[in-house]
Design a protein around this ligand. Structure first.
Ligand code: ARG
Length: 496
């Protein structure tokens, strides 16, 4: 260790960091300090003195990028195997690297790895400990590679894993919705526009609307995965390398479709991450709209559904309260997930090619968005399975607000050959009459109806119930119970 570096450590660098600047943006615990190795080891040839405390505080990413330790080790294993295969390092060195990395992986998993902020990030923490453990061979690992392609690789691998996990969860929410939709294919409820009663629909149809949205979220995640599935490893710092590396080999070993095709693009681009964050933000937005409905539906004035104690909380002062906190938090977390997307796009917009340290700011947003979307999906799956619709209240509400007025107008068109615009007008007058009488449309007598339109017959009463209304909506994609049962069955099969 260089004397200057030793002196810097002995000075207790971390303790000199001002309190304000030592608290990073988001949940980044300080790594335990057991600085056996100084960061200067990595580029000590050029740098005589260690970094100032504030430099270390702003520079270090180990507090959050250690989440990528599995990806970093996987990348190094593939790289070392390739280096040995093409004869850049010996088989013995590769074996030592492999064993050393396996031991490091076990120590990290057991929570026994001595993270060192002085070693800046996950890449240098692992490499330095490897070299400490196996000597010379560890120092050969970084041949033909740079942290620039290494971090681009690790983030891709992390995002790819996150996509796989989230996709499974999206499917789980879809399955939960489909099951409830099947149960409630014939349960009527008010359909809204402007949050005003519009036309009766079925509860199952309403739930299947979210299944459609989530299926697009799923396909977006799949597209994103397919597009990003190229390996940047071997782009090195930015220009590629003169070593005879085999990028196709490492790409295949890591499950990529192939290597990226331009070294500059490989280290400079994070559009895969931005695309992933858009997928997360869009999915969270869908979940948030559902959550908003749960908040409305569980309000006692609506009383459409009830959540059990499992997904509600009480109030510390108001004993009667049952708050839909899980739904509120799904809605609330959507803000930070969308924030991560905006944050990353903003970080990228001013960057010339290629790598800048700005890009280190990509990670916390990515991790935070993925982890919070995981929570949101789990909470929504739980609420969907938990919620108990109040069928009687839904039915009563479905009929309120003259919700079958359109059915009446359609009847006038069908039976009396009235132009729709005229039918709309006549129906409007009948609604006004019913409102004045304090009844719904079916509460008008035939004589009262005929006062507005003499050709109306008894037959009109057949279309004024909510059941008749939803049963008539048999157009493809319409709310008729038969449609909903068929659609739920179709989804059940697709998701099986
Ligand atoms: N921690 C860095 C990041 O997240 C790794 C890459 C550092 N590369 C460099 N040239 N300083 O972006």
């Amino acid at each position: 260790m260089a004397p200057a570096a030793r002196a810097w450590r002995a000075g207790g660098a971390a303790a000199r960091v001002p309190a304000a600047s030592s608290s990073p943006r988001r949940g980044t615990e300080r790594p335990e300090s057991s600085a056996i190795v100084s960061s200067n080891l990595q580029w000590g040839g050029r740098f005589a003195a260690g970094p100032s405390a504030i430099m270390q505080a702003i520079n270090a990413s180990i507090g959050f990028d250690r989440k990528m330790w599995r990806q970093d080790i996987a990348g190094s294993l593939a790289h070392a195997a390739m280096l040995a295969h093409v004869g850049i390092i010996s088989a013995e060195d590769e074996a030592a690297i492999r064993e050393g990395l396996a031991t490091i992986g076990k120590r990290i998993e057991a929570g026994e790895f001595p993270w060192d902020e002085g070693l800046e990030d996950i890449h240098m923490n692992i490499e330095a400990r490897l070299t400490q453990a196996i000597g010379e061979a560890g120092k050969r690992l970084h041949t033909g590679r740079s942290r620039n392609d290494q971090v681009a690789l690790d983030v891709r691998l992390w995002v790819r894993d996150a996509i796989d996990g989230l996709s499974g969860q999206v499917e789980d929410v879809m399955r939960a919705l489909v099951a409830r939709a099947g149960e409630h294919a014939g349960t009527v409820m008010p359909g809204f526009t402007h949050l005003q009663p519009a036309q009766p629909v079925t509860f199952g149809h309403h739930l299947l609307a979210y299944v459609e949205m989530l299926s697009r979220d799923l396909s977006r995640l799949r597209d994103c995965r397919a597009r990003m599935n190229e390996s940047p490893l071997g782009a090195a710092a930015l220009a590629g390398t003169g070593f005879p590396i085999d990028r196709h080999m490492t790409a295949a070993a890591l499950g990529f479709d192939g290597p990226t095709r331009n070294s500059l693009d490989s280290v400079a681009s994070r559009d895969f991450a931005a695309e992933f964050l858009f997928c997360c933000a869009m999915c969270a937005t869908h979940l948030s709209r559902f959550a908003e409905e749960v908040v409305i539906w569980t309000n006692p004035y609506f009383g459409f559904v009830r959540l059990s104690d499992a997904f509600t909380t009480g109030s510390s002062i108001m004993p009667q309260k049952r708050n839909p906190d899980a739904a509120e938090l799904v809605r609330g977390k959507t803000g930070r997930i969308t924030g991560a997307l905006v944050g990353l796009l903003t970080v990228l917009k001013g960057l010339a090619l290629t790598y800048f340290k700005d890009m280190q700011e990509d990670k916390e947003g990515i991790f935070d968005a993925a982890e919070n979307l995981t929570l949101c999906l789990a909470a929504v799956a739980g609420m969907v399975r938990d919620m108990q619709p109040d069928v009687a209240r839904l039915e009563a509400a479905a009929g309120a607000g003259f919700s079958t007025a359109t059915d009446l107008a359609d009847w006038l068109v069908r039976e009396l050959r009235m132009p729709f615009r005229d039918a709309h007008h006549v129906t409007g007058r009948l609604v006004a009459r019913a409102e004045a009488k304090g009844t719904d449309l079916a509460g008008l007598t035939l004589a009262e109806m005929q006062a507005e339109e003499p050709r109306i017959t008894e037959g009109v009463f057949g279309v004024l119930t909510v059941q008749a209304s939803v049963a008539s909506r048999t157009s493809f994609g319409g709310t008729a119970p038969g449609n909903v049962s068929r659609m739920a069955a179709e989804w059940r099969e697709r998701l099986a």
